[in-house]
Design a binder for this molecule. Structure first.
Ligand code: FES
Ligand code: FES
Length: 157
């Protein structure tokens, strides 16, 4: 069965027909063509597919596209621009927090959701925000460090 949905992604409105069973992750990648959001476990466990929906980080593989009808979504493509990276993207580069990069979009979106909500998050807040996001390459210290560096830059500006 098909449903019409209207979803704002990175400031652009998408009106599409979707199957009931289509996930938000499939919608973002396959219908809209934004492939920065990664598909990992497809079971809500790795965090690779995290996007921000109505201000909150969500795992798009366990949300149906129809549930996102009317929502505002930010994906990693909406985070910064080629010539003007988001502070988080810049700090991930500076601290070596990305290697293969597969987990990075999800980590970035979880970090952004945290920094949008809390001006001065504690180390515990950072750990909690990144909790459950799996990374096979970096160890997690450089990723937490990257969020701390972005935070200190934000607070200097
Ligand atoms: S792909 Fe969604 S949590 Fe792993
Ligand atoms: S950088 Fe490779 S999985 Fe995290």
């Amino acid at each position: 069965m098909k449903h019409s949905i209207k979803v704002n992604i990175n400031g652009q409105l998408y009106l599409e027909e979707v199957e009931t069973s289509m996930t938000l992750l499939q919608f973002i990648r396959d219908k809209v063509g934004l492939t920065g959001t990664k598909s990992g476990c497809e079971n809500g466990e790795c965090g690779a597919c995290t996007v921000i929906m109505n201000g909150n980080p969500v795992r798009s593989c366990i949300i149906l596209a129809v549930e996102a009808d009317g929502a505002e979504i930010i994906t990693v493509e909406g985070l910064g621009e080629k010539d003007k990276l988001h502070p988080l993207q810049q700090s991930f580069i500076e601290t070596g927090a990305a290697q293969c990069g597969f987990c990075t979009p999800g980590m970035l979106m979880a970090g952004k959701a945290l920094l949008d909500k809390k001006k001065n998050p504690s180390n515990e807040d950072i750990t909690e925000a990144l909790g459950g996001h799996l990374c096979r390459c970096t160890g997690y210290k450089s990723i937490s460090k990257a969020v701390e560096v972005a935070l200190s830059k934000n607070n200097r500006n």
